[in-house]
Design a protein around this ligand. Structure first.
Ligand code: FES
Length: 267
């Protein structure tokens, strides 16, 4: 929020932002325009480039500013209202200054019951911030996130959209401590971790130049791929997984309980 010069003299604020949004410095704008034209050229209809362009401006400032939205509108012939409507709809676009590392704890149903809720509570207390809050050192922004299609590795924590599988409150606290200390942190699978701005540039569609990053992209886990194997006609034995107490156990169809029969001891 800003006040106009005349407002300042009278001590009155209208609560209105500066209009239009300030532009980027010339050198930044020239660099972003070059990148934006490369992105726009990938699409038959330029407005289809809006999502990657929002990632591009996010890679510049760490979040989508009004300046960034004005830039997207200018490049695509859209109104800033149209760009704002999109930027505020998707949760992958941040609307305020945030940390180098976005730590997202999945609190959707499966992760929640497997410990996601406990992890989120532990991290809130450990970091002293609530949902969407950023630590004072500017390193960590904590938020709860929706299902990231990694339910077979629940509970899942994501840092800058890289997976940290099968977490516990203790392992999650060690993770954020290492991130704040600048220690090397390796995701459970996928590419090595990079900062949020670097991640945003990759999401804008520019290649990840780091050696080995693409090859390390990982894949879905066995539980997610069972449906695909069945669709291909590959036999896959039914599996019963006892979380925490023991590993998966293969069972044959003849071992399956009759309808209504208890599946766990004591049930
Ligand atoms: S519920 Fe957490 S990844 Fe699906």
């Amino acid at each position: 929020m800003t006040t106009t010069p005349s407002d300042q003299g009278q001590g009155v604020s209208l609560g209105m932002p500066q209009l239009p949004a300030p532009d980027y410095p010339d050198d930044v704008r020239a660099r972003l325009e070059t990148d934006a034209r490369e992105i726009i050229a990938r699409y038959p209809d330029s407005r289809s480039a809006l999502l990657p362009l929002l990632h591009l401006v996010q890679s510049e400032e760490g979040y989508v500013t009004r300046t960034g939205m004005r830039f997207c509108a200018d490049m695509l012939g859209l109104t800033t209202a149209e760009v704002t409507a999109v930027a505020t709809f998707y949760t992958m676009y941040r609307r305020k200054p945030s940390g180098d590392y976005q730590v997202g704890v999945c609190t959707n149903t499966l992760c929640a019951v497997m410990g996601g809720d406990a992890i989120f509570e532990a991290l809130q207390e450990h970091l002293g911030v609530g949902n969407g809050g950023t630590t004072e050192d500017g390193k960590i922004t904590l938020e709860h996130i929706e299902c990231n299609a990694a339910c077979d590795f629940a509970p899942v924590v994501m840092v800058n959209w890289e997976f940290f599988d099968n977490q516990t409150p203790g392992s999650a606290k060690r993770l954020v401590d290492d991130l704040r200390a600048g220690a090397q942190v390796e995701p459970t699978r996928g590419a090595p971790l990079c900062t949020y701005k670097e991640t945003a540039r990759i999401l804008a569609g520019f290649p990840d130049e780091r050696p080995g990053a693409v090859e390390a992209s990982g894949s879905a886990g066995p539980a997610s791929l069972i449906g695909l194997r069945l669709a291909k006609g590959e036999a896959a034995p039914a599996r019963v997984v006892h979380p925490r107490t023991s590993g998966p156990q293969d069972v044959t169809p003849n071992d399956e309980p009759e309808t209504g029969q208890a599946t766990e001891e004591g049930e």
